[in-house]
Design a binder for this molecule. Structure first.
Ligand code: ZN
Ligand code: ZN
Length: 117
């Protein structure tokens, strides 16, 4: 990652410390620190297009499976169900969660899927 201040390519991912770090990471934006000038800055790890679509918050896997909201065990499940927020399951790490980001359909089956809903 290139440092925006000194332009060296020596910036490394910094540990998330603040609430804003966690909030931004939800959009694919992570804190970085330049090892040359010690500047801390935020940058996207993935293209914006990916960040705007649902992906697993644990492993970053974008190949999510739409599941019934009944399968997700979280204290706020009843609220998400009420709001009809879609639930997803990540196959690699088995993480189940709700996301308001649209799932990226890989092929032309988008129309068929939504009409069958
Ligand atoms: Zn720097
Ligand atoms: Zn995952």
């Amino acid at each position: 990652m290139t440092c925006p201040v000194c332009k060296t390519k020596d910036a490394r991912r910094s540990r998330r410390q603040f609430a804003v770090d966690y909030f931004l990471s939800g959009f694919g934006v992570y804190p970085w620190r330049c090892r040359n000038c010690e500047t801390r800055f935020y940058a996207r790890l993935m293209p914006l297009n990916d960040a705007l679509h649902a992906h697993c918050p644990l492993c970053g896997n974008p190949e999510l499976k739409r599941i019934s909201a009944d399968y997700v065990n979280s204290p706020l499940s009843f609220l998400w169900r009420f709001l009809r927020i879609p639930a997803y399951r990540c196959e690699p790490c088995r993480h189940k969660y709700f996301s308001i980001k649209p799932y990226r359909h890989r092929s032309a089956e988008v129309g068929q899927l939504s009409s069958a809903d």
